[in-house]
Design a protein around this ligand. Structure first.
Ligand code: GLC
Length: 533
């Protein structure tokens, strides 16, 4: 890839998120594993993605399905062994792909030996590795901070008669990142995986890592509505996004920079002006602070177009953009906007400027699966049952083929499959040139072949209540017009300047190869990528 010399792999590439429990089971226990992932690498390579991000694979009591880690440098036996991991890393690299691990530095499992020690006595050397505070005068919690998963963020510990802080489950005590020993220990963890050759980390809840030194009460959220998670009752201005977090991220970055071409993605749900701070001074922060606008915004063309501009306009010089449509915490795109619009969404994701991340299964249009009450597993769902917040529906097994359990496993899987898996699966879609999968492959191939789409400028052209139009263009490499109809009824585009082009990829493949001029009409739910001639 000579012509992209000045770009790095995480800029020109496409990231694919695997939720390991649900991708491929190789040993018949109904839970996905590392050997399973390895078996499917050819599929990913063929799809055209270039980097795999694995959600946590470490030893964990699984209170939060692996985001509660009890050993940062091991592999959970459910997922395999360290030898399996080494094999997977080799196999990924041998295909010219990269492997990104999930790093969860904000909290450990309550079963992590550090916490076991910390809670054992007020005088234990690890006491100050976590956040311990005395009760208030009436025995109440030290302040009003709330857990993301419901209830107070403080848990009383009878043995040493203090509260500890947990931004998530009580089984996920927060580490005290103001303690240099904690910082050193986590950098050591990173070094362990970097020395193995891991290419980068997706850093879990990075904006939570440091809390207000004075532990002031969070203020009420004036926009709170009863359907929202209870966590949203307060604005987490003192419990998250503290200025000192950038110093920590910088240290992580320095470590990464002491290796060749390693990278860090930060999981950050913040408004754009705050989000872009995570690139750090002189871009020495996270390489890619995750940009979740396409997940959070209503599916409204004017709002989306202006959000793209807001983002483009806010990026620091040389800050590389990125885009995401879905992940293991959010409703899948095909369920949020419908399967027809999911194609338009994929076209948006794969033609915007910046690294795209695809959530497993979205490339075949997987939908959220209703999980009956008695089968709900996600703690967020179980803790706030009346609010329909379970994340299980977006975490169901990958639909590979029409065999029992969808080719995912030989045994009944940990979460049920979508009933439609016999029709909607990789095998069926691979053979169908009109499928969502074939559409993804075409879009990805075009993006990866065309410097203008991979790394060209983003030039806004038009947006109205139905559509968005923009151009991608890189020097002498030619320009592409992307026209997306986000409505279900026909739309008409009038170019302000003379236009002649040919449709390279369309949501309806029938359009591909057609010539267009400055007046373009599209059906509802249609999108096109036009090579400008
Ligand atoms: C992140 C993860 C989510 C997890 C939480 C706590 O938001 O994406 O799945 O529950 O952190 O670790």
């Amino acid at each position: 890839m000579e012509r992209f010399e000045k770009y790095l792999w995480w800029q020109t590439g496409i990231i694919y998120q695997i939720y390991p429990r649900s991708f491929q089971d190789s040993n018949g226990d109904g839970i996905g594993d590392l050997r399973g992932v390895a078996q499917r690498l050819d599929y990913l390579h063929d799809l055209g993605v270039t980097a795999v991000w694995l959600s946590p694979i470490y030893p964990s009591p699984m209170a939060d399905f692996g985001y509660d880690i009890s050993d940062y440098t091991g592999i959970h036996p459910l997922f395999g062994s360290m030898a399996d991991f080494d094999m997977l890393l080799r196999e990924v690299h041998s295909r010219g792909m990269k492997l990104i691990l999930d790093l969860v530095p904000n909290h450990t499992s309550h079963q992590h030996p550090w916490f076991v020690e910390s809670r054992s006595s007020r005088h234990n050397p690890k006491r100050n590795w976590y956040i311990w505070k005395d009760a208030g005068p009436e025995g109440e919690a030290p302040n009003n901070w709330l857990s993301v998963f419901g209830g107070s963020a403080w848990e009383w510990d009878e043995l040493t008669r203090q509260y500890y802080y947990h931004g998530f489950l009580k089984e996920q005590p927060d580490l005290n990142w103001r303690n240099p020993e904690v910082q050193a220990a986590m950098l050591e963890v990173m070094r362990f995986w970097l020395n193995k050759g891991v290419d980068g980390f997706r850093v879990d809840v990075i904006w939570h890592m440091i809390k207000d030194e004075q532990f002031r009460d969070n203020p009420p959220n004036p926009d709170y509505q009863p359907h929202m998670p209870t966590y949203d009752q307060l604005l987490p201005v003192y419990s998250t996004d503290q200025p000192e977090v950038h110093g920590i991220i910088r240290k992580m970055r320095e470590l990464l920079d002491s290796y060749q071409e390693r990278m860090m993605i930060g999981e950050i749900y913040l408004p754009i002006p705050k989000l872009v701070m995570y690139y750090g001074v002189d871009n020495k922060g996270a390489h890619l602070p995750f940009n979740f606008q396409l997940i959070d915004l209503p599916w409204d063309p004017v709002k989306i177009a202006s959000a793209i501009d807001l983002y483009e306009g806010s990026l620091p010089a040389n800050g590389w953009p990125n885009w995401v449509l879905g992940n293991h915490d959010r409703i899948r795109i095909a369920s949020r906007v419908g399967i027809e619009q999911a194609r338009v969404a994929a076209m948006l994701l794969l033609t915007l400027r910046g690294t795209p991340t695809i959530y497993y299964g979205d490339e075949i249009g997987m939908r959220d699966v209703p999980i009956p009450f008695e089968e709900v597993q996600d703690p967020q769902g179980l803790n706030m049952p009346e609010k329909n917040l379970s994340r299980d529906p977006a975490r169901t097994p990958m639909q590979w083929d029409d065999s029992p359990y969808g080719g995912f496993s030989k045994a009944s899987p940990w979460l049920r499959l979508n009933r439609s898996y016999t029709r909607e699966n990789v095998a069926v879609q691979s053979a169908d040139p009109y499928s969502m999968l074939s559409f993804h492959k075409k879009l990805i191939a075009l993006r990866q072949k065309e410097p203008s789409l991979m790394a060209g400028d983003y030039i806004p052209v038009h947006s109205d209540r139905q559509s968005i139009a923009y151009i991608r263009k890189k020097e002498e490499h030619g320009a592409f017009l992307v026209l997306l109809n986000l409505s279900h009824w026909p739309c008409y585009f009038n170019s302000r300047s003379p236009l002649k082009g040919i449709i390279e990829v369309a949501t309806s493949p029938e359009l591909e190869g057609e010539e267009v001029n400055d007046r373009i009409s599209l059906s509802g739910d249609e999108g096109i990528v036009v090579r400008i001639l």
